[in-house]
Each structure stands twice: as structure tokens, then as C-alpha cells.
Design a protein around this ligand. Sequence first.
Ligand SMILES: Cc1cc2nc3c(=O)[nH]c(=O)nc-3n(C[C@H](O)[C@H](O)[C@H](O)COP(=O)(O)OP(=O)(O)OC[C@H]3O[C@@H](n4cnc5c(N)ncnc54)[C@H](O)[C@@H]3O)c2cc1C
Length: 312
Amino acid sequence: MKCHVIDALEFVGGQCSALYPEKPIYDIPAYPTIMAEELITKLKEQAAPFAPTYHLNQQVIGFRKQENGTFDVVTSKDIIINTKAIIIAAGCGSFGPNRPPLDNIRAYEGTSVFYSVRNKIAFADKSIVIAGGGDSAIDWAIELSAIARSITVVHRRNKFRCAPESTSKMEQLVALGKIHIAAPYQLHQLHGENGNLESVDLIDFESSLKNIKCDILLPFFGLSMDLGPILEWNLHMEKKYLSVQSDSMQTSIPGVYAIGDIINYPGKLKLILTGFAEAAIAAHSIYNLVYPDQPLHFEYSTTKGVKTDEKV
Ligand SMILES: Cc1cc2nc3c(=O)[nH]c(=O)nc-3n(C[C@H](O)[C@H](O)[C@H](O)COP(=O)(O)OP(=O)(O)OC[C@H]3O[C@@H](n4cnc5c(N)ncnc54)[C@H](O)[C@@H]3O)c2cc1C
């Protein structure tokens, strides 16, 4: 079977990558301890021979049943994927950044405005404004100060909400002129052209403005989660959880399956381990839908192996 993976985030990994990439997990079988991000790297590696197509940074907004029984899945980037089966593994809903309320911010996203740092080398020799006062803002200000041309941290209070070691490290870098602090200030307006930022206006409580020249803005105001469109898909739900048949993971709509934190059934555990097992149950059930004329002969991976020389 072939698989397309769609996620609202600009990277795969759900909660592991978005919420706790550097936390150790202790209950993944065969790993006495593994960092969440490392688990995701290994899962991607394990999925690679099956050549999944990833569609990131876009939300699934809905699906339409076709006359031939297949579904058209529609994303927020107007991509339409025709499929015989859908698996909803939407956790607590789409993750999205908490955007600062600036009129034209979306025009700069992906070129000058980023809500996470995936490849820090891309920020070498850039003039960067980092907005926020928590751990992410301060940790990245410290980290990027080693390679950026300039770093300005904008925060609406004079006090930062981060680990005390980070505060003292930042103070040292401020004293060395590697980091500049603009506080108490808030982001007010962006200036630039064609998605390329040239400067940012900041405003304080007395409404006086300050302009900072910059190429990059990194707003770190946390992530929000939103079940959003899923609530409108006419799937049976109980208390915001999708109901599934526990022997197949099928939802109330035939051909639409659900696994992971978004589902509930008697005895459900919200664990990664449980999600893995639910994915296997759903995949086995879906095989009959994708290949109705080919009976599925249950085989162990030790017997069957993984086909690396051809597209599966
Ligand atoms: C701090 C913390 C520590 C944890 N520690 C452990 C642990 O030690 N062991 C353990 O087993 N579990 C742990 N968990 C729980 C574990 O992370 C979850 O059980 C697991 O991530 C659930 O996986 P999931 O795929 O169901 O959902 P998620 O990981 O939430 O992923 C859902 C994904 O779906 C995307 N999405 C949702 N709706 C849409 C849409 N409409 N369109 C596109 N994309 C969409 C979201 O953006 C998200 O990326 C922890 C959780 C937290 C928060």
C-alpha cells in the first residue's frame, strides 16, 4: 500500500517534535531511554523504504466521498489526494504557532518569519529579531548569537520566564554586545517587500515607536492546538474523541479510520506504544479495502523482510 502523510506542522513528529523533542522517553519498547526527536528520526528512517509522500505545513480541511467509493482528501494548500482509505491520527488537533497580531505577517512566513528553527545555519550572518520571553526565545537567542550578525530580543516585560542559567548566560552575552534587549516592547509593524523583511517597528506602553533593521523575525509565543475542521466531518465523537471499533480502528464512516490520542474506546491508553499497535490494526484492516480481491496472508517481518529495491 502507498501512503501520503499530511501535517499542519512544517515537520513530522506531532507532540514529540513540537512539544518535547529533547525530553527522554522511557517506555518505548527496546529503548530503555530515547530522546523524543531521536525516536521520530528513527521512525522516519523505518518508514523510508515504504516511500511515504509527506505534505507538510498544511491542514486537512476535509474529504469528499466519490461515486466509486474512494475519497478526495483536501488540504489548506488546495492539494487533493484521492484515496481508498483515510487514517486520522490528529492527536489533540492541528498544531499551529500562536501568531503575533500583525496584519501582513503571513506574507513573510517561510522567507523571513519562522516559528521554529529547524536548520540554524540558515540564520548565519542574519540580523534577527526574536520575540518572546520564554525558554524557546532565550535558548535560541543564546544559540544563534554565535552565528548571527545581530540578535535583538523583544519582550513585553522586563522579566524573562526562562531557566535561571539561561538568564545569566543571556546577561553575559548582552554585556558582550552579542544580544540586544528591547523590553518592555511589543511587535507593532513589519516593513519589507516580496516576503523579505527589512525592519520591524516596536511599540512600548507609552506608544513610542522604535525601528529595528532585520532580515529575520522569530516569534516564539508557543503553539496552539485546534481540532478545527475534524469537528465538522460528521464522524461520531464523544467528548472530542473519535469513536472507533477497536478490532479495526474504523470510525463511524466506513473507509475512515482513526488512531492515537484522538480516539477513545474502553481501556484506551494515550501512549505512543498504543498508537503503534492501533496503526498496525488499522493498516491490516485497510488492506482488504485497498485490495479486495487479494486475501491478506499474515506474515512476520522476520519472514517477509522489507522491500528496499522497489516502491512498496
Ligand atoms: C510533555 C509530554 C510528554 C509525553 N511523554 C510520553 C511518554 O513518555 N510516553 C508516551 O508513550 N507518551 C508520551 N506523551 C504522549 C504522546 O506524545 C502522545 O500519546 C502521542 O504523541 C500521540 O500521537 P498522535 O500521533 O496520536 O498525535 P500527535 O502527536 O498529537 O500528532 C498529531 C498531529 O496531527 C496534526 N494534525 C491534527 N489535525 C490536523 C489536520 N486537520 N490537518 C493536518 N494535520 C493535523 C498535528 O499538527 C500533529 O502534528 C507525552 C506527551 C507530552 C505532551
